[in-house]
Structures are given as structure tokens and as C-alpha cells.
Design a binder for this molecule. Structure first.
Ligand code: HEC
Ligand code: HEC
Ligand code: HEC
Length: 126
């Protein structure tokens, strides 16, 4: 009798703990360490779009993307040389780095970080 409300509370706490990090996995990530400064639009990375196609470890271990929005310093030279996004956006696995606008699609002045909670919108929407 007295045990189940605690189980309920515990269940709720676990559900919340599971829900919080999950939220960050959805949505899009706006990257702007260098873009605006260099005179191009911020990058919109549709996280969910990629997550459903690839395993986390492909990016977060093999390609070296740190799991924190804003934590990665990605340079265009690296991408063209096949690192980070360029591991796939090389004209083979996915379209090539000359499609600037598909990645640099953030509206000028947009804050970097996670956009859209459970939504993912892709190029040009933020
Ligand atoms: C596959 C996605 C992708 C494509 C395509 C792409 N970029 Fe980038 N680019 C990035 C990312 C990610 C960054 C780092 C974003 C940041 O933190 O500001 C970046 C950064 C840059 C920067 C900042 C300075 C530097 O040298 O890194 C410039 C300038 C730039 N890109 C220009 C371009 C141009 C011009 C094109 C087309 C010829 C292009 N990008 C295509 C993803 C892309
Ligand atoms: C195609 C590459 C790719 C895949 C696959 C991928 N991620 Fe990410 N993830 C990224 C990038 C890029 C960022 C943004 C990093 C930045 O802003 O510097 C990111 C950011 C994150 C963040 C940080 C969010 C925040 O709020 O700071 C978490 C957590 C995360 N990913 C978890 C996951 C999990 C879990 C999976 C698999 C289910 C996954 N990612 C799959 C590339 C990927
Ligand atoms: C593990 C492989 C992989 C990596 C790494 C990767 N992408 Fe992609 N990306 C893809 C594939 C595959 C597609 C789908 C291509 C197609 O539809 O032809 C795609 C599509 C996209 C799209 C279009 C989404 C849409 O709605 O059509 C954007 C924007 C994009 N990637 C940006 C990035 C950026 C920015 C990075 C680096 C931060 C990155 N990608 C890293 C594989 C990757």
C-alpha cells in the first residue's frame, strides 16, 4: 500500500531524467563560431534528420563531434578535406561542400544553439 506512490514518484523522476537529455537530441543545431564573423550565414544542422540515418557513434566518436551544442570548432577547410560534415558531404555519401546555402541557411543574427525542441526543419527555416 505505502510502497506504490513512491514507485510512482521514482518512475516519474526516471521518465523526466530520460526526457531531458532526449530533448537535446531532437531539433536543429545552429552553429556559428566563425560563420557570421567570416561573412556567411550561420549553419543549421538538422540533428534529427541525421540521427535517424546514422548511429550516434559515427559522429560523436568516429568523427569527433563533441556532444554539446557550440563545443565544436569546425572549419570549412576541414570539411573540404573530408573531416566533420565533410566525411559524408563529399559528393558521395551526400551532396558536396559546394552547396553552400544548404548548410549556411540560418537567418542572419540568429542565436547559436538548439532550435525547435521536438521539431527538425532543415535548411532555410530558422
Ligand atoms: C555540409 C555543410 C556545409 C557546406 C555545404 C558548406 N559549409 Fe561552410 N561551414 C560549415 C560548418 C559546420 C562551419 C562552421 C560553422 C560555425 O561554427 O560557424 C562552416 C564554416 C564556414 C566559414 C567560416 C570560416 C571558415 O573558414 O571555416 C566560411 C567562410 C564558410 N563555411 C564558407 C562556405 C562556403 C563559401 C561554402 C560553399 C562553397 C560552404 N561554406 C559550404 C558547413 C558547411
Ligand atoms: C551526422 C552527425 C551526428 C549524428 C549521427 C548524431 N549527432 Fe549529435 N550532434 C551532432 C552535431 C554536429 C552536434 C552539434 C555540435 C555543436 O554545436 O558543436 C550534435 C549535438 C548533440 C548533442 C548536444 C545537444 C545540446 O543540447 O548541447 C547531443 C546530446 C547529441 N548530439 C546526442 C546525439 C545522440 C544521442 C545521437 C544518436 C542517437 C546523435 N547525437 C547523433 C552530430 C551528430
Ligand atoms: C555521417 C554522414 C553525415 C555527416 C557527418 C553529416 N551529414 Fe548532413 N546529410 C547526410 C546525408 C546522407 C544527407 C541526405 C542527403 C540527401 O538527401 O541527398 C544529409 C543531409 C543534410 C542536410 C539537408 C537536410 C534536409 O532536410 O534535406 C543538411 C542541411 C546537412 N546534411 C548538413 C550537415 C552539416 C552542417 C553537417 C556537419 C555539422 C553534416 N550535415 C554532417 C550525411 C551526413
Amino acid at each position: 500500500m505505502r510502497a506504490w506512490p513512491w514507485l510512482f514518484v521514482l518512475g516519474l523522476a526516471l521518465a523526466l531524467a530520460a526526457a531531458l537529455p532526449a530533448r537535446a537530441e531532437y531539433g536543429d543545431v545552429v552553429l556559428d563560431q566563425t560563420s557570421t564573423k567570416a561573412g556567411v550565414r550561420p549553419v543549421v544542422f538538422p540533428h534529427w534528420f541525421h540521427r535517424i540515418r546514422f548511429r550516434c557513434k559515427v559522429c560523436h566518436s568516429e568523427l569527433g563531434f563533441k556532444m554539446r551544442a557550440g563545443a565544436n570548432r569546425v572549419l570549412m577547410d576541414d570539411i573540404i578535406n573530408g573531416k566533420f560534415c565533410g566525411m559524408c558531404h563529399n559528393g558521395q555519401v551526400a551532396w558536396s561542400p559546394d552547396r553552400c546555402d544548404l548548410c549556411h541557411s540560418g537567418k542572419p543574427g540568429i542565436e547559436p544553439g538548439i532550435r525547435g525542441d521536438s521539431q527538425t526543419k532543415g535548411p532555410g527555416k530558422w
